[in-house]
Design a protein around this ligand. Sequence first.
Ligand code: GLU
Length: 307
Amino acid sequence: MSYDYQSLLDRVHATVAAQPIRGKVADYIPALARVDGRRFGLALALTDGRVFSAGEADEPFSIQSMSKLFTLVMAQRLYGDDLWQRVGREPSGTAFNSLVQLEHEDGFPRNPFINAGALAVTNALVSRYAQPERAILDFLASLCGRKKIFIDEDVARSEEQHGDRNRAIAYFLKAHDRFENDVAEVTRTYFRQCAIPLTCRELAQAALFLANNGTTLDGARVLSPVQTRQTLAVMLTCGLYDGVGDFVFRVGLPAKSGVGGGIIAILPGVGSLCVWSPPLDARGNSARGIDALELIAADLAVVPGVL
Ligand code: GLU
């Protein structure tokens, strides 16, 4: 008999939902602070085509930094190995929006998942696409099987209004000749990619190619097998900011979080998981999301970095 994923998700959802809520919903982007902290959903898409879910898996939420995973993939497709001239692949050990390390390291961002690296990646997309925002929306729509995806204008405006720190990072990259485009244009695109709402089910579906050696279930190649391995490696070492060591200790899966409270985690060869619970721990990662993934990983006997 095959593994009973549905009862696993149900069990994990019930166990985690019964615990008191820890953490705090992100409020540095005011539009995100309005989200109800009790929302909680889980979805698992398998490489054999089956999809399982529990809780509010069909409720859209702000993908925030999970967008950085998909813009990284787009940039890998466009630039190949040259991308790594623009951004590194070392964990940062600093907060997602920190400027400290950039000063010491000549404006070379440690990895594509901290804000500095994600801005460098979006800058790279702006250099190649006439309509970068359209390209990002179309890419995501094709991966999650939707005709069209929209931006939450409220969240986008809120990010733009409170985005001085991200603009400061972008100007810093520019001062180091690592940013060939207009800061306002790139930060606008970046704020808007973060302000896309998607559901757990859609996000699990969108990331499924990473569990499937770089191809979608329809057989379309998104990344080469080597690029897929590289993306998973960056997720494993950098996907949860300065909380990544603890996350790998507890969960052990390549993952990417966002301050909207979502986390995508990949089970290579098996499937793709997405959890959503808005209250964040001190490092900006979903507290319940990590609890849920820890229980799932324990049940599946995940060996960190191997599965
Ligand atoms: N839009 C957020 C920012 O740049 C994304 C951060 C995150 O999700 O970690 O501040």
